[in-house]
Design a binder for this molecule. Structure first.
Ligand SMILES: NC(=O)c1ccc[n+]([C@@H]2O[C@H](COP(=O)([O-])OP(=O)(O)OC[C@H]3O[C@@H](n4cnc5c(N)ncnc54)[C@H](OP(=O)(O)O)[C@@H]3O)[C@@H](O)[C@H]2O)c1
Length: 271
């Protein structure tokens, strides 16, 4: 089936849609005739999103996915506005960059609350309508959810948790005709590295990677949407990441050393 036919008039909730992959998903979904609801913490960024798509059926709401009351208000308003939900994409997420020795443990809590608990709160509220419409739940994870990455312990932990819970959920829903997918982008152009929390829980405001060399958010979004149409189980969007996952299963000790070599120079974390 063509993407345009599949998404036409479907109500799709994309959490964290004001930037990066979420915004690219929204742009492509609007072109495919979907009706969108999204949330974010920063009001100005949501206003900018609306002004970028002035005519589109795009419902925006200020909500932090780690705040259960705000998430409840968001989903009440979506159901009031559109009357149903077909697809939920748990995309909102933040990263971190700090080693265990220096990090304030609040960073771990914040990352877990947003990346993991945020997805739980949203799914719990969307599930009744998704069950009724035999829709999809898509959790945006990462290669870091299959292989722990240095300097990103809280991020890896949150994505491992997301991966495990996604399997549980899919198995629970196996007879209910609800599609549950895990999508794992590789390094993708976005603001995630600028927004990543440093050891003191402040945005680090720099990217240690050359963003221009990474996959564009638009390409990443199109792969994710095609995989939803095909009802894929897992989508891994990075060949190097896929190799790392397999090597980690077969030779975990060697993978420790290779991952160290990728992220460190002269025993200093550089990425
Ligand atoms: N880019 C990559 O290389 C990459 C790789 C693998 C996986 N991913 C995953 O892809 C997803 C999207 O990341 P991205 O790269 O597009 O990041 P991004 O450019 O930083 O965008 C993140 C979006 O999520 C929103 N957000 C963050 N925290 C939120 C919260 N507590 N409540 C509601 N919205 C929140 C942000 O808006 P506000 O700041 O206004 O809240 C923003 O719209 C994440 O789950 C990330 O882990 C990204």
């Amino acid at each position: 089936m063509q993407k345009e036919d599949f998404f036409l008039n479907k109500v799709v909730v994309v959490t964290g849609g004001s930037e990066g992959i979420g915004k690219a998903l929204i742009g492509s979904l609007i072109n495919s005739g979907a009706k969108i609801a999204t949330c974010g913490r920063n009001h100005q960024k949501l206003e900018k999103l609306k002004s970028d798509f002035p005519e589109a059926p795009l419902f925006t709401f200020n909500a932090d996915v780690s705040n259960q009351d705000e998430v409840k208000n968001f989903f009440d308003c979506i159901l009031n506005h559109y009357g149903k939900i077909d697809i939920l994409i748990n995309n909102a997420g933040i990263s971190m960059r700090a080693e265990m020795q220096e990090v304030d443990v609040e960073v771990y809590k914040k990352v877990m609350d947003i990346n993991f608990m945020g997805a739980i709160y949203c799914t719990k509220l969307a599930l009744p309508s998704i069950l009724e419409n035999r829709g999809s739940i898509v959790n945006i994870s990462s290669i870091a959810g299959f292989r722990g990455l240095p300097g990103r312990g809280g991020y890896s932990a949150s994505k491992f948790a997301l991966n495990g819970w996604t399997e549980s959920l899919r198995t629970e829903l196996i007879k209910k005709q609800v599609h549950v997918m895990l999508a794992c982008p590789g390094f993708t152009q976005s603001n995630i590295r600028n927004n990543a929390l440093n050891h003191a829980a402040e945005a680090q405001q720099e990217s240690p990677l050359n963003e221009e060399q990474l996959m564009s958010a638009e390409t990443c979004a199109n792969h994710i949407l095609k995989a939803i149409v095909r009802k894929k189980r897992t989508l891994i969007l990075d060949t190097q990441g896929l190799k790392t996952i397999w090597l980690n299963k077969i030779l975990p000790g060697l993978t420790d050393r290779l991952v160290y070599r990728f992220f460190y120079k002269n025993d200093r974390l550089i990425k």
